[in-house]
Design a protein. Structure first.
Length: 261
């Protein structure tokens, strides 16, 4: 039987993450599939356009900003669906369209960063007593099959370190787990979400990320989330370069005060 998301689940993903699960294109200034970002010429052209549009002075800063955004609009809803609703959301790179709509007149200062439309997706549910296997499969699909190729391509094309890009993904994942733990409907659900975070960020083998080692495990301490899911303020390990776009430094910026521009 084909599985699906409930109306309520779809609405939440749309309201919280801006995710459009439909394939009718909307008028856009520019759009590109995630798959096209694996192609050097298409990726360079898109990064240069996006950099101009958001006011980023370098491809490094643009690629870094884009990965942060992608983690918020694609990775976070997929993980939310897995950990809160127990529904694996399969997103294929070719079906993920990054869209930059025109800024609405009523909100000219809204974000200029892209939104995600997904033209086709799959849903999987864990079989009874098989949640661990299902989770392993879901995590492998999302990371090794989806995010890692994008991170590799953007890292190589924009010459920005993979460590920065993985930390960007992680800093977008942490709030989703934190919020989900805080608002879990019962202690069992909170424990499951906490365990999912620990598994992804600390215990999952590198193979699920298409890497030799888990790229998140060396970075998770600095996110402030401990293995129990408690949160403390910490500095990032890497600076994500967004200050070059926004002229602001975040509270987690690791750059020493004296080196800031
Ligand atoms: S200040 Fe924070 S958000 Fe800004 S570039 Fe540094 S790490 Fe990134």
């Amino acid at each position: 039987m084909r599985q699906h998301l409930s109306l309520e689940e779809r609405s939440y993903l749309s309201e919280r993450y801006g995710l459009r699960l439909q394939d009718d294109p909307r008028p856009c200034l520019r759009s590109i599939t995630a798959m096209e970002l694996l192609d050097r010429a298409a990726c360079e052209s898109y990064l240069d356009w996006l950099g101009d549009y958001i006011g980023s002075p370098t491809r490094q800063a643009t690629a870094s900003t884009l990965v942060k955004r992608y983690a918020a609009i694609a990775v976070s809803p997929a993980l939310y669906s897995m950990t809160v609703n127990n529904k694996g959301l399969t997103l294929e790179l070719e079906h993920c369209l990054l869209e930059t709509p025109e800024l609405p007149e009523h909100n000219p200062l809204g974000t200029k960063l892209p939104y995600l439309s997904v033209s086709s997706y799959g849903i999987s549910l864990p079989a009874p007593d098989q949640r661990r296997n299902w989770r392993e499969h879901t995590v492998r699909e999302l990371f090794a099959g989806h995010l890692t190729p994008l991170i590799r391509s953007l890292s190589e094309i924009a010459r920005v370190s993979k460590m920065i890009l993985w930390e960007n993904a992680l800093v977008r994942m942490v709030p989703l787990f934190k919020e989900a733990i805080d608002s879990a409907e019962d202690p069992t659900a909170a424990a499951r979400i906490r365990e999912d975070f620990r598994y992804i960020a600390r215990e999952a083998p590198g193979e699920l990320f298409g890497e030799r080692r888990n790229p998140l495990s060396a970075l998770v301490e600095s996110t402030g989330m401990d293995p129990e899911g408690d949160y403390k303020h910490r500095l990032r390990r890497t600076c994500c370069l967004y200050y070059k776009v926004s002229a602001e430094y975040c509270r987690q910026c690791p750059l020493p005060q004296e080196s800031r521009e």
